[in-house]
Design a protein around this ligand. Structure first.
Ligand code: SF4
Length: 462
């Protein structure tokens, strides 16, 4: 499972240049995408857009930010879900329209973007890249509506899928969220302006106070008059992606009013109740397995210990590893604490098992340093279905839980015991009703119907 993208937007009523604010907002959202980063800024007359491949602090420096003057900005960090990893697909995407220049940045995935793209191509529109964001921008540009906000709403009504979008014009900052609220998006208040961000951790870093989530099917507009909002779609089932809680979001973020770290600790507590084990210590797979391991230890009374040390500087790099290094696999990222683990019986907790290959390598590392018994616990249910709403998941054929029983997975991983958190306990850990989440990768109840042709495409080509 790979992160999707992160979006950020800021509108300042003072004369302060906001490119730096956007830089720090993106810096806080770096975990959501490491392939490319971009910032677009308006000074009221002109929009400048700068983007490149790489991490936020590889793409931007002081000089570049100084050359991006203006009081309104949006920013984006990208991991490619739709579209390949190229500069043409980096965001924000700028387009000149009858409404003036417009820049768009998008997190999520449209399940009907292929059809929408074809309709636009049939009208003679050409595309520089192959992202959903460019499709959205082209739809806004070709809308018959006279007013920009009407054109955006007109476009959104044709878009199906999970999306959180920020849009910049010369004098407006706009944020929209899909009717099911699948991808997160929040509004924050600065002393002299407003901020939009994928996660609340990006509000904290720029000194903004959390105001509220952008509602499902809501469009929030900030202009010189202040903030106004309109709901363009009502009555859809609320379906925030539960994987944001399990893995994607930063633990210091709050989603729908629930702190992510607290939710993960609670998942570990329920896991200890459902799948106890007689062991010497509890360890977690860094980073997202750690909070659940702390919860498991608290509930079971068995001590938590660091057992696997993560190289904090393993991120996206443009230096390709050699084949010999690739063979080392997970050793590039994780190293076991030999002295702590030797001869011990341990519970090792990870947030999820996707293909099973990484977990198997981690368990093999533990065996190599002399761990006596390995009991694997997973702080989410078995993943049996692919995601179509902006998370890069493998095909069902590659998902281990789609093909093997729990006992089959246990044997494949070579562990003494294996236990997954139940769906009910996962939902209870998050503390919101089940109707409030997308749980489709565990129970196949997709909140938005996925076209059969898309399902089969994913099965064949991914
Ligand atoms: S299918 Fe899974 S990963 Fe995709 S939005 Fe739903 S819960 Fe999230």
């Amino acid at each position: 499972m790979k992160e999707e993208c992160g979006v950020f937007g800021v509108y300042s009523f003072s004369d302060e240049a906001v490119a730096k604010t956007t830089f720090y907002g993106l810096f806080a959202l770096q975990h959501r995408g490491q392939e490319s980063a971009g910032i677009a800024v308006s000074d009221g007359e002109e929009i400048k857009n700068y983007k490149a491949m790489g991490l936020v602090n590889q793409v931007f420096d002081e000089k570049i930010l100084q050359n991006l003057p203006g009081k309104l900005a949006i920013g984006h960090v990208r991991y490619s879900t739709t579209g390949s990893s190229t500069i043409e697909n980096a965001q924000p995407i700028k387009m000149d329209m009858k409404y003036g220049p417009l820049v768009i940045a998008h997190n999520g995935n449209l399940i009907n973007s292929g059809d929408l793209r074809q309709e636009l191509k049939d009208k003679g529109i050409s595309f520089a890249g192959d992202t959903d964001s460019e499709v959205m921008a082209a739809m806004i540009a070709t809308s018959t509506k006279q007013d920009l906000e009407d054109a955006i709403v007109d476009t959104l009504k044709h878009c199906k899928g999970g999306f959180s979008v920020v849009i910049l014009t010369k004098d407006k900052l706009i944020a929209v969220r899909d009717p099911n609220g699948i991808r997160p998006l929040v509004v924050g208040k600065l002393p002299d302006g407003y901020v939009f961000a994928s996660e609340t951790c990006a509000l904290d870093i720029v000194g903004a106070a959390f105001m509220r989530d952008v509602g499902n099917g809501e469009m929030v507009v900030i202009d010189k008059e202040g903030l106004h909002s309109r709901t363009w779609s009502r009555g859809e089932r609320e379906a925030l992606c539960v994987f944001e809680f399990i893995y994607f979001a930063r633990p210091d973020s709050d989603l729908d009013g629930r702190n992510v770290y607290e939710a993960r600790v609670q998942m570990g507590k329920y896991l200890a109740k459902e799948h106890p084990a007689d062991v010497d210590m509890i360890i977690g797979v860094p980073d997202s397995g750690i909070a659940a391991a702390i919860g498991f230890a608290a509930e079971s009374g068995i001590p938590f210990s660091d057992g696997l040390i993560k190289n904090r500087y393993v991120g996206r790099t443009f230096i390709q590893p050699t084949q010999k290094m690739r063979d080392l696999g997970v050793k590039l990222k994780l190293n076991p604490l030999r002295e702590t683990l030797r001869g011990k019986k341990v519970v090792v907790i990870d947030d999820s098992i996707v293909r099973g290959t990484t977990s198997r390598q981690i368990i093999s590392l533990l065996r190599e340093v002399g761990v006596r018994e390995v009991h694997m616990r997973v702080s989410s249910p078995p993943i049996t279905h692919s995601c179509f709403y902006g998370i890069d998941t493998p095909t069902r054929a590659e998902l281990i839980a789609s093909n093997l029983s729990i006992e089959g997975i246990r044997k494949y991983l070579d562990v003494e015991s294996l236990g997954y958190l139940s769906l009910d306990s996962l939902v209870k850990s998050i503390g919101l009703g089940r109707r409030g989440h997308c749980l489709a990768c565990f129970n196949s109840e997709y909140p938005i119907k996925v076209p059969e042709k898309l399902k089969s495409l994913k099965l064949i080509f991914k």
